[in-house]
Structures are given as C-alpha cells and as structure tokens.
Design a protein around this ligand. Structure first.
Ligand code: HEM
Length: 462
C-alpha cells in the first residue's frame, strides 16, 4: 500500500478539544500558516471536525475539477447564513436561488455592466482625493479606514444607488460596525463546541442576533425605498434583483432572497477591496522604485486630465502592481472545496468524501515552483508581458475559481484602478513611519494593522 498518513499536529489535553488549542482566535489564519510551516504543504487538523489544509500549486491543481470537487460553504460561512441566508456567497451550489441570482447578476458584473458604473466610482474616488487634499502633509492617514469609507460608499452607490456618505462623517457607518462584529463572532463560534456556544457564550449570540436584525433592517429599507420610488431606467443591481426574471426558471427572486443578496453585496463588496488597496500602498511605499515607475505610467496615461474609462486598459503597470500585491497578501485566506467521492491527493494521501480541503492562499502564492526563488519579493514585473496570462491554472487564486469564483473581480479592479491613478496623479505618498514593516490583523479577511501614510500635493498639480 503506497498511501501515507496526512501529517497532523500532536493533540494536547488528551485530544478533548481536538486541535482547537492550536488556533489563535484573534487571527486564525496565522495559526493555520504556522502549522503549515511546521508540518509541511499538507496537514490535517481536527477543528470542530476533520479538515485538511494544502499549500502548493501541485496539490491545489488537483482540486479544480468542478465535476469532482464542490464548494460546501465552510463553517464560518454557514454561521453567516443567519445574516446572509442563501445569498450568493453563503449559498450551497445546489440551491435554486444561487443559480437564479448567478444567472441574473452575471451580465451586470461583465465588462459592459462595470463600465456603466465608471462615473459613480469616479465621483466617490474624487471625494477621497478632495479629503486628502485638505490635509496637512504631516497628517497621518489610516489606509484601512479611508479605503473602507471609499469602498463602502462605492458598493452602496453602484449597486443600490444608496448613499452612505462616509466622507461626510467621522464615524464608520453602523452597518459596517454591525457586520464586522457579526463576522468576528461567526468565526469564533466555529472554533467552539456547540454546547459551549449555547451555555457560555449565549450573550455574544444575543448580540450577534441583534446585529443581524439591524443589518436586515437596512437591507429592507433599501428595498422599500426603491419600491416606493421606482427607477425604471436604473441599470443597477437593485433593479435586477427586484425585477429581473431568470430566463431558465422564468421566475423572479423571492423578496427574502433579495434582502440576503443586498446584505451579501454590501458585505462582500467593500472590505476585501479596502484591504487590497491598503496592501498595495504598503508595498508601493516599501518599494520606492516601483512607486516611481507607477507614477510615471500614471503621468503618461492621465497627464493632467481627469481619468476616463478608455485610459484604464493603458494602466498596465498599475494592473501588475495590484495583481502582485494580491499574490503576496490575498485578503481572503482560504480556497475550500470538498471532494464528491473519496479521493487520493498528491498520489498518496487519502481524503474521504466531503472532508473540506482548504488551500492556504498565502502559501500557494509563495510556491517557489511557480514563482521562483524570489517569491517573497514584491516584483510587479513578474505579471507583465503575457506572464500573468501564461501562469498555470490556479497559480494566482485570490478570487477563487470556477462557478463559485468572485463575481466582483472586474468591479474591484476598476474601482482600484480609478482610485490609485487619481491619488498618484495628485499626490506624492510615503509611509507615515518610515520604519513600519507589515503587521497584519484579521477578522474574516486579512489586512495591514496600523498602516498609515502621508500625502503631499505634487508640484504643479491643482
Ligand atoms: C466570492 C475574493 C471583491 C462579491 C469571492 C470569493 C473570493 C473573493 C475568494 C470566493 C469565496 C469562496 O470560494 O467561498 C474577493 C476579493 C475582492 C473581492 C479578494 C477584492 C479585491 C468583491 C466585490 C464584490 C464581490 C467588489 C461585489 C461587488 C462577491 C460575491 C461572491 C464572491 C457575490 C460569491 C460568488 C458566488 O459564489 O456566486 N470573492 N472579492 N467581491 N465575491 Fe468577491
């Protein structure tokens, strides 16, 4: 028999808690990374059930066949169903509303649909530039905070014609706070036995349910506003969700599902982009030669003109910087699939059917067999001149893969292109603390901790 057991960390406390003691609940992904550094590119852990983790392209590439592997929402996503029900992210692939919403919304997220959102994105990106323009050059800008305002306003306006007006207040919108708390608590619940959740942490659950009720209230308000003030000509998601008829079933989405989809887009559509923007600025400030090259490109393409949609494809180095930052620091940590049948992985590891196998994207994206010996280095040039397109399938995976891949990829790229180009056109940027080295924090996504920049208006701009 050529099979080998999958490496496992030793169990503590007679195994009563499985491998839960290995996990730091304030940053679970970091614990998973540490275990991979210790036990190698495949290991198994008992975390409220058996789970397998892999971290190389060779292993991941065996998981991309959608006839053999399926997305079963992972435990934290299942906890989130209390808030997002059968919305796109948390739905099982066999659920009818997933298929209906997927078919209805896909055109809106295609290149033409996203192009139509350009003006709204530009308006909000310009608000960020105006805000920064008023700052003293010594003012320290908290990247995650400001990009969260930008991306939250953008998803609200582009998707639902709803203005959160984040730039007009100092406080984050209560929705973002409520959602953040729900995400954290949902994650924690999955690392605790059900009985402990029920008996010890019932107040936390009560608070989670209150937050969820508030989130639903906002989604219902958005629906009510539109039904009371119809906008027959609007091409935004809200009209598609409320009035679109699926061509296969000839049905509309149930109103409860519309609520879940609004909650889903408001949550999936901002934090990941805000984290990505923050990582990009970190890497640019940490690599001044790359920043200079990028600013040169922005000058060549935009000059002193207002950015237009036709300029976007010309910003090729910017595109490479975004891809490279997402390689080194993917904000979503895991790509999880479950085999439909028992399988052998890597030629020697037996995986029982329906056991979740998660690829740690951080390790995948630093696999030296794909990225070479300088895999740890920020080098956007590796994405240029057709090199990105020539990568093997699955090598760069920050948006997931297949039918259940991120529907918002083009949306977030356009949003990031506009914002970064506008900022670099107007400002010189630098780290607020020149000795800052990347420290990360995480709720369900990963982002830089306490990363601040300073901006000063470029000579001759404005
Ligand atoms: C799904 C990442 C931006 C909406 C996903 C998945 C990943 C991801 C990894 C797959 C999750 C899984 O396998 O369970 C990202 C990153 C983003 C981003 C890194 C930004 C840099 C957005 C934006 C939107 C969005 C801007 C909305 C406008 C969604 C939705 C799904 C999804 C609805 C579920 C797709 C489905 O299963 O049908 N995203 N996302 N995302 N994302 Fe994104």
């Amino acid at each position: 028999n050529l099979l080998e057991p999958i490496p496992q960390p030793p169990l503590k406390y007679f195994g009563l808690l499985g491998h839960a003691p290995e996990i730091d609940l304030t940053f679970p992904a970091r614990s998973l990374w540490r275990l991979m550094d210790l036990y190698g590119p495949i290991y198994e852990a008992n975390l409220q059930g058996r789970k397998v983790f892999v971290g190389t392209h060779a292993l991941l590439s065996e998981m991309l066949d959608e006839d053999q592997w399926v997305k079963i929402p992972a435990a934290p996503q299942q906890e989130l169903r209390a808030a997002a029900g059968d919305g796109l992210v948390t739905a099982f692939s066999h659920e009818k509303n997933w298929w209906k919403a997927h078919r209805l919304l896909t055109p809106s997220f295609g290149p033409l649909g996203i192009r139509r959102m350009f003006d709204d994105m530009l308006e909000l990106s310009s608000q960020l530039v105006l805000k920064w323009d008023r700052y003293d050059p010594e003012n320290e800008i908290d990247c995650v905070e400001d990009f969260t305002q930008l991306t939250f306003d953008t998803i609200g306006l582009c998707a639902f014609n709803f203005r959160f007006n984040e730039f007009y207040t100092d406080e984050v919108h209560p929705f973002a706070k409520q959602l953040g708390e729900v995400l954290i608590e949902s994650g924690k619940r999955t690392h605790r036995p059900g009985l402990v959740n029920r008996l010890v942490f019932f107040r936390d659950e009560q608070r989670r349910q209150e937050n969820i009720a508030q989130i639903h209230n906002l989604c219902d308000k958005i629906i009510r506003d539109r039904l009371e003030n119809p906008k027959p000509d609007a091409t935004d998601l809200l009209n598609v969700l409320l009035h679109g008829v699926d061509k296969d079933t000839r049905e509309k989405l149930p109103i409860e599902n519309v609520r879940y989809q609004i909650g889903t887009f408001l949550s999936a559509g901002y934090e990941t982009t805000a984290s990505t923007l923050s990582f990009i600025y970190y890497h640019l400030c940490d690599n001044p030669d790359k920043l200079t090259r990028l600013q040169r490109e922005v000058d060549e393409v935009l000059g002193d003109k207002v950015i237009t949609v036709d300029m976007l494809p010309k910003l090729v180095y910017l595109d490479a910087c975004i891809k490279e930052a997402m390689r080194l620091n993917p904000p979503v940590n895991l790509f999880t699939r479950n085999p439909i049948e028992d399988r052998i992985l890597g030629g020697k590891y037996s995986i029982k059917k329906e056991i979740p196998v998660s690829c740690l994207l951080r390790h995948l994206h630093r696999d030296t067999k794909i990225w070479g010996e300088d895999a740890e280095v920020f080098r956007p040039e590796r994405m240029l001149n057709g090199a990105f397109e020539a990568l093997p399938k699955g090598a760069w995976q920050p948006f997931g893969d297949g039918l259940r891949a991120c529907i918002g990829r083009t949306f977030s790229f356009q949003e990031m292109h506009i914002s970064i180009a506008q900022v670099l056109q107007r400002f010189d940027i630098r780290k607020a603390d020149s000795s800052y080295k990347l420290v990360m924090r995480s709720n369900m996504t990963t982002k830089p901790a306490n990363f601040k920049i300073k901006v000063s208006r470029r000579p001759g701009r404005g």
